[in-house]
Design a protein around this ligand. Structure first.
Ligand SMILES: [Zn+2]
Length: 97
């Protein structure tokens, strides 16, 4: 166990923005966690379509499943995963395994 683990639950203050965020656990992508027929259930990245930086649907393959700030299941491609971890919104994939 690294000391870092202590701050992966609850409120995390990010130096760059100054406001605190909930950090959610991340899981290896599992289509069964997502609503049938949704982008995520189809193995695609849903995060870039809703909250992300591109307007068109992300072409990336989903590699991670996680719950967003509203508790809604989202899937993310590799880029989404890296960005979310960077922002401190989700844990790095496989950290708790
Ligand atoms: Zn994406």
């Amino acid at each position: 166990m690294r000391p870092f683990t202590a701050i992966t639950r609850g409120q995390v203050r990010t130096p760059s923005t100054g406001y605190s965020l909930e950090m959610n656990p991340s899981y290896p992508f599992d289509p069964e966690l997502h609503q049938p027929g949704s982008t995520a259930a189809g193995g695609r990245c849903s995060w870039h379509g809703t909250e992300g930086t591109v307007e068109t649907e992300c072409e990336g393959e989903a590699v991670v499943s996680f719950q967003d700030q509203q508790g809604k299941w989202q899937s993310g491609c590799q880029r989404a995963l890296e960005e979310l971890v960077d922002r401190g919104q989700i844990e790095p994939l496989g950290q708790s395994a």
